[in-house]
Ligand binder design. Structure first.
Ligand SMILES: Nc1ncnc2c1ncn2[C@@H]1O[C@H](COP(=O)(O)OP(=O)(O)OP(=O)(O)O)[C@@H](O)[C@H]1O
Length: 257
Protein backbone atom coordinates (compact mmCIF):
# COMPACT_ATOMS: atom_id res chain seq x y z
CA UNK A 1 0.00 0.00 0.00
CA UNK A 2 1.33 3.44 -0.83
CA UNK A 3 1.72 6.11 1.81
CA UNK A 4 -1.04 8.13 0.14
CA UNK A 5 -3.48 5.24 0.45
CA UNK A 6 -2.69 4.74 4.11
CA UNK A 7 -3.19 8.33 5.22
CA UNK A 8 -6.75 9.45 5.78
CA UNK A 9 -7.98 12.94 5.20
CA UNK A 10 -9.44 14.49 8.32
CA UNK A 11 -10.34 17.77 6.64
CA UNK A 12 -10.86 18.60 2.98
CA UNK A 13 -11.55 22.16 1.91
CA UNK A 14 -12.78 22.87 -1.61
CA UNK A 15 -13.15 26.31 -3.18
CA UNK A 16 -13.97 27.98 0.10
CA UNK A 17 -14.97 31.64 -0.11
CA UNK A 18 -16.01 33.73 2.87
CA UNK A 19 -17.44 37.24 2.82
CA UNK A 20 -18.05 39.54 5.79
CA UNK A 21 -20.70 41.67 4.11
CA UNK A 22 -18.98 43.19 1.08
CA UNK A 23 -15.51 42.23 2.21
CA UNK A 24 -14.08 38.95 0.98
CA UNK A 25 -11.93 37.45 3.75
CA UNK A 26 -11.22 34.04 2.19
CA UNK A 27 -10.69 33.44 -1.53
CA UNK A 28 -11.03 29.99 -3.10
CA UNK A 29 -9.22 28.09 -0.41
CA UNK A 30 -8.33 24.49 -1.24
CA UNK A 31 -6.58 22.41 1.38
CA UNK A 32 -6.41 18.86 2.67
CA UNK A 33 -5.31 18.04 6.20
CA UNK A 34 -4.45 14.45 7.04
CA UNK A 35 -5.45 12.68 10.22
CA UNK A 36 -3.04 12.74 13.13
CA UNK A 37 -1.00 15.63 11.83
CA UNK A 38 -0.44 19.21 12.93
CA UNK A 39 -1.20 21.90 10.34
CA UNK A 40 0.01 25.43 11.06
CA UNK A 41 -1.61 28.54 9.56
CA UNK A 42 0.73 31.50 9.23
CA UNK A 43 0.57 34.93 7.61
CA UNK A 44 0.43 38.62 8.48
CA UNK A 45 -2.27 40.16 10.62
CA UNK A 46 -5.65 40.29 8.90
CA UNK A 47 -4.82 37.71 6.20
CA UNK A 48 -7.68 35.41 7.22
CA UNK A 49 -6.02 32.75 9.41
CA UNK A 50 -8.51 32.94 12.27
CA UNK A 51 -11.43 33.27 9.88
CA UNK A 52 -10.31 30.11 8.13
CA UNK A 53 -9.81 28.26 11.42
CA UNK A 54 -13.32 29.19 12.52
CA UNK A 55 -14.87 27.84 9.32
CA UNK A 56 -13.80 24.34 10.40
CA UNK A 57 -16.25 24.26 13.31
CA UNK A 58 -18.69 26.81 11.89
CA UNK A 59 -17.90 29.45 14.48
CA UNK A 60 -18.37 32.15 11.82
CA UNK A 61 -22.04 31.19 11.51
CA UNK A 62 -22.72 33.34 14.55
CA UNK A 63 -21.37 36.50 12.91
CA UNK A 64 -23.98 38.64 11.16
CA UNK A 65 -23.57 39.19 7.44
CA UNK A 66 -21.24 36.25 6.83
CA UNK A 67 -21.56 34.35 3.57
CA UNK A 68 -19.72 31.10 3.04
CA UNK A 69 -19.46 29.26 -0.27
CA UNK A 70 -17.61 26.07 -1.05
CA UNK A 71 -17.30 22.80 0.78
CA UNK A 72 -15.52 21.57 3.89
CA UNK A 73 -15.69 17.84 4.48
CA UNK A 74 -14.69 16.19 7.72
CA UNK A 75 -14.21 12.46 7.30
CA UNK A 76 -16.15 12.71 4.07
CA UNK A 77 -19.14 14.69 5.39
CA UNK A 78 -19.85 18.27 4.24
CA UNK A 79 -20.14 20.31 7.43
CA UNK A 80 -22.04 23.05 5.59
CA UNK A 81 -24.77 20.61 4.58
CA UNK A 82 -28.22 21.60 5.87
CA UNK A 83 -28.57 18.31 7.74
CA UNK A 84 -25.49 18.89 9.93
CA UNK A 85 -26.16 19.37 13.64
CA UNK A 86 -23.75 22.14 14.63
CA UNK A 87 -23.72 21.01 18.28
CA UNK A 88 -22.52 17.57 17.21
CA UNK A 89 -19.97 19.17 14.88
CA UNK A 90 -18.53 21.27 17.74
CA UNK A 91 -18.15 18.10 19.81
CA UNK A 92 -16.10 16.59 16.99
CA UNK A 93 -14.10 19.76 16.44
CA UNK A 94 -12.88 21.32 19.68
CA UNK A 95 -11.34 24.76 20.00
CA UNK A 96 -8.72 26.42 22.17
CA UNK A 97 -8.44 30.21 22.14
CA UNK A 98 -5.64 32.71 22.39
CA UNK A 99 -6.24 33.76 25.99
CA UNK A 100 -6.91 30.94 28.44
CA UNK A 101 -10.60 31.17 29.28
CA UNK A 102 -11.47 28.73 32.06
CA UNK A 103 -14.98 28.98 33.48
CA UNK A 104 -15.17 30.48 36.99
CA UNK A 105 -15.69 26.99 38.38
CA UNK A 106 -13.53 24.30 39.94
CA UNK A 107 -10.84 22.52 37.92
CA UNK A 108 -13.01 19.39 38.02
CA UNK A 109 -16.16 21.17 36.87
CA UNK A 110 -14.35 22.84 33.98
CA UNK A 111 -13.45 19.44 32.55
CA UNK A 112 -16.75 17.76 33.44
CA UNK A 113 -18.77 20.60 31.89
CA UNK A 114 -18.81 19.32 28.28
CA UNK A 115 -19.45 15.65 29.11
CA UNK A 116 -22.31 16.71 31.45
CA UNK A 117 -23.89 18.80 28.68
CA UNK A 118 -23.70 15.74 26.46
CA UNK A 119 -25.61 13.73 29.08
CA UNK A 120 -22.86 12.12 31.16
CA UNK A 121 -23.87 12.37 34.83
CA UNK A 122 -22.32 9.24 36.27
CA UNK A 123 -19.86 10.32 38.94
CA UNK A 124 -17.40 7.50 38.38
CA UNK A 125 -17.42 8.00 34.60
CA UNK A 126 -16.89 11.74 35.07
CA UNK A 127 -14.00 11.11 37.48
CA UNK A 128 -12.38 8.96 34.83
CA UNK A 129 -12.93 11.52 32.07
CA UNK A 130 -11.49 14.30 34.26
CA UNK A 131 -8.38 12.29 35.07
CA UNK A 132 -7.86 11.08 31.50
CA UNK A 133 -8.30 14.56 30.00
CA UNK A 134 -5.97 16.18 32.52
CA UNK A 135 -3.38 13.47 31.93
CA UNK A 136 -3.61 13.96 28.16
CA UNK A 137 -3.10 17.68 28.67
CA UNK A 138 -0.06 17.00 30.89
CA UNK A 139 -1.69 18.75 33.86
CA UNK A 140 -2.85 15.89 36.10
CA UNK A 141 0.22 15.71 38.35
CA UNK A 142 0.07 19.42 39.03
CA UNK A 143 -3.62 19.55 39.98
CA UNK A 144 -4.68 16.08 41.13
CA UNK A 145 -4.74 17.15 44.80
CA UNK A 146 -6.77 20.27 44.21
CA UNK A 147 -9.47 19.40 41.73
CA UNK A 148 -12.02 21.31 43.79
CA UNK A 149 -10.01 24.56 43.63
CA UNK A 150 -11.06 27.32 41.29
CA UNK A 151 -9.50 27.03 37.86
CA UNK A 152 -8.91 30.77 37.75
CA UNK A 153 -6.31 30.34 40.52
CA UNK A 154 -3.99 28.39 38.19
CA UNK A 155 -1.09 30.02 36.36
CA UNK A 156 -1.69 31.19 32.78
CA UNK A 157 0.14 28.19 31.32
CA UNK A 158 -1.78 25.79 33.55
CA UNK A 159 -5.05 27.50 32.61
CA UNK A 160 -4.27 26.99 28.94
CA UNK A 161 -3.52 23.29 29.49
CA UNK A 162 -6.80 23.12 31.43
CA UNK A 163 -8.59 24.61 28.40
CA UNK A 164 -6.93 21.97 26.22
CA UNK A 165 -8.07 19.27 28.69
CA UNK A 166 -11.58 20.74 28.59
CA UNK A 167 -11.57 20.51 24.79
CA UNK A 168 -10.37 16.89 24.93
CA UNK A 169 -12.97 15.82 27.51
CA UNK A 170 -15.71 15.45 24.89
CA UNK A 171 -13.44 13.29 22.72
CA UNK A 172 -13.12 15.41 19.59
CA UNK A 173 -11.38 14.23 16.42
CA UNK A 174 -9.97 17.63 15.58
CA UNK A 175 -8.64 20.37 17.84
CA UNK A 176 -8.42 23.93 16.53
CA UNK A 177 -6.01 26.26 18.32
CA UNK A 178 -5.97 30.00 17.73
CA UNK A 179 -2.57 31.31 18.84
CA UNK A 180 -2.70 29.17 21.98
CA UNK A 181 0.65 30.30 23.36
CA UNK A 182 0.71 33.97 22.49
CA UNK A 183 -0.27 34.98 26.03
CA UNK A 184 2.20 32.61 27.70
CA UNK A 185 5.79 32.75 28.96
CA UNK A 186 8.52 30.71 27.17
CA UNK A 187 8.41 27.78 29.62
CA UNK A 188 4.63 27.39 29.39
CA UNK A 189 4.90 27.79 25.62
CA UNK A 190 7.46 24.98 25.44
CA UNK A 191 5.16 22.74 27.51
CA UNK A 192 2.23 23.37 25.20
CA UNK A 193 4.35 22.79 22.11
CA UNK A 194 5.49 19.47 23.54
CA UNK A 195 1.90 18.64 24.38
CA UNK A 196 0.73 19.39 20.83
CA UNK A 197 3.34 16.98 19.48
CA UNK A 198 1.99 14.34 21.81
CA UNK A 199 -1.65 14.99 21.05
CA UNK A 200 -1.32 14.47 17.33
CA UNK A 201 -1.08 10.75 17.96
CA UNK A 202 -4.79 10.85 18.80
CA UNK A 203 -6.08 14.05 17.26
CA UNK A 204 -5.72 16.18 14.17
CA UNK A 205 -4.58 19.65 15.13
CA UNK A 206 -4.90 22.92 13.23
CA UNK A 207 -3.07 25.82 14.82
CA UNK A 208 -2.89 29.52 13.99
CA UNK A 209 0.42 31.00 15.01
CA UNK A 210 2.18 34.30 14.54
CA UNK A 211 5.41 32.63 15.45
CA UNK A 212 7.14 31.08 12.45
CA UNK A 213 9.66 29.25 14.64
CA UNK A 214 6.74 27.66 16.42
CA UNK A 215 5.19 26.56 13.14
CA UNK A 216 8.56 25.12 12.08
CA UNK A 217 9.00 23.30 15.40
CA UNK A 218 5.64 21.65 15.79
CA UNK A 219 3.78 21.32 12.49
CA UNK A 220 3.86 18.73 9.74
CA UNK A 221 2.37 21.07 7.17
CA UNK A 222 2.26 24.84 6.98
CA UNK A 223 -0.20 27.05 5.13
CA UNK A 224 0.80 30.61 4.28
CA UNK A 225 -2.13 33.00 3.92
CA UNK A 226 -2.02 36.49 2.44
CA UNK A 227 -4.99 38.81 1.85
CA UNK A 228 -7.46 35.95 2.16
CA UNK A 229 -5.59 33.74 -0.28
CA UNK A 230 -3.82 30.50 0.49
CA UNK A 231 -0.54 31.34 -1.21
CA UNK A 232 1.32 28.16 -0.40
CA UNK A 233 0.66 24.95 1.50
CA UNK A 234 3.33 22.33 1.85
CA UNK A 235 5.36 20.14 4.18
CA UNK A 236 6.65 22.48 6.85
CA UNK A 237 10.26 21.68 6.15
CA UNK A 238 9.88 22.33 2.44
CA UNK A 239 7.86 25.50 2.90
CA UNK A 240 10.50 27.03 5.15
CA UNK A 241 13.59 25.76 3.32
CA UNK A 242 12.42 25.93 -0.26
CA UNK A 243 9.34 28.12 -0.68
CA UNK A 244 7.85 28.00 -4.16
CA UNK A 245 6.19 31.41 -4.13
CA UNK A 246 8.10 34.68 -3.91
CA UNK A 247 5.53 36.04 -1.46
CA UNK A 248 6.11 33.11 0.91
CA UNK A 249 9.85 33.64 0.65
CA UNK A 250 9.49 37.35 1.40
CA UNK A 251 7.31 36.62 4.42
CA UNK A 252 9.42 33.89 5.97
CA UNK A 253 12.60 35.88 5.50
CA UNK A 254 11.01 38.78 7.35
CA UNK A 255 10.61 41.15 4.44
CA UNK A 256 7.07 42.04 5.47
CA UNK A 257 4.44 41.17 8.07
N1 LIG B 1 -16.47 39.71 12.45
C1 LIG B 1 -15.92 40.33 11.41
N2 LIG B 1 -16.61 41.23 10.68
C2 LIG B 1 -16.05 41.86 9.63
N3 LIG B 1 -14.79 41.67 9.21
C3 LIG B 1 -14.04 40.79 9.90
C4 LIG B 1 -14.56 40.07 11.03
N4 LIG B 1 -13.57 39.28 11.50
C5 LIG B 1 -12.51 39.48 10.71
N5 LIG B 1 -12.79 40.38 9.74
C6 LIG B 1 -11.86 40.85 8.67
O1 LIG B 1 -11.47 39.73 7.90
C7 LIG B 1 -10.08 39.79 7.60
C8 LIG B 1 -9.39 38.55 8.14
O2 LIG B 1 -9.39 38.59 9.57
P1 LIG B 1 -8.81 37.42 10.48
O3 LIG B 1 -9.09 37.78 11.90
O4 LIG B 1 -9.28 36.13 10.00
O5 LIG B 1 -7.26 37.55 10.18
P2 LIG B 1 -6.03 36.91 10.92
O6 LIG B 1 -5.09 36.51 9.88
O7 LIG B 1 -6.48 35.87 11.86
O8 LIG B 1 -5.46 38.16 11.73
P3 LIG B 1 -4.69 38.22 13.13
O9 LIG B 1 -3.41 37.52 12.91
O10 LIG B 1 -4.51 39.69 13.35
O11 LIG B 1 -5.58 37.57 14.14
C9 LIG B 1 -9.58 41.08 8.19
O12 LIG B 1 -9.58 42.05 7.20
C10 LIG B 1 -10.58 41.41 9.27
O13 LIG B 1 -10.69 42.80 9.45
Amino acid sequence: MTQAMMTRHAIEVKDLDLHYGEKQALKKINMTIEENTVAALIGPSGCGKSTFLRTINRMNDMIQGVRIDGVITLHGENIYDKTIDVEVLRKEVGMVFQAPNPFPKSIYDNIAYGPRIHGQNNRKALDEIVEKSLRQAALWDEVKDRLKDRATGLSGGQQQRLCIARALAVEPDIVLMDEPTSALDPISTAKIEELIQDLKQRYTIVIVTHNMQQAARISDKTAFFLNGELVEYNDTETLFSNPKDKRTEDYITGRFG
